[in-house]
Design a protein around this ligand. Sequence first.
Ligand code: ADP
Ligand code: MN
Length: 174
Amino acid sequence: MARTAPNIIITGTPGVGKTSHCEQLAERTGLKHISINTIVKDKECHEGWDEEYQSWIVDEDKLLDAIEDEVKQGGCIIDWHACDLFPKSWIDLVVVLRVDTTTLYDRLTARKYPEVKLQENIDSEIMQVLLDEARESYDEEIVVELQSATAEEMDSNLDRIEGWLKQWKENNAS
Ligand code: ADP
Ligand code: MN
């Protein structure tokens, strides 16, 4: 089934700027911001609360069921710190946001992350876990790595994604 608008994943370690990018991109383009955090919570796509990590234990099958109809229609921006669970056929572009360790440390500290989660996320960013996950799960041509340390970088990222979207629409015009 052909989509009339593409689906984009914005992924990366917590704190890199996913939600900020998604919100602004949704505002600029009219695409729908799909906050997986919110869906997991509101539709109870989880197996309970992890006290140590202060986060939900996600039930991926339930989550996919909850978003399938909407995502299959196209025009969604998926906001989540994982990407390998979404079927390849759903996705047109995967943006992996990156940031330096100092900046990430400051952002997560400001959010009062528990120590264990803070360290794990910083290690994960250093080891580029999300970038590798994206490259392993999707075709190389649709995975883009973008820096997100400054407001200028965010602006240029949004311009770039908007440009890509315009191109996608031209290529897929019927
Ligand atoms: P995520 O959704 O990936 O956890 P957020 O979008 O919530 O990240 O951003 C975390 C914090 O970092 C927020 O305070 C946000 O304003 C700030 N931030 C995110 N991206 C940038 C950027 N490119 N430049 C400056 N600040 C940013
Ligand atoms: Mn977020």
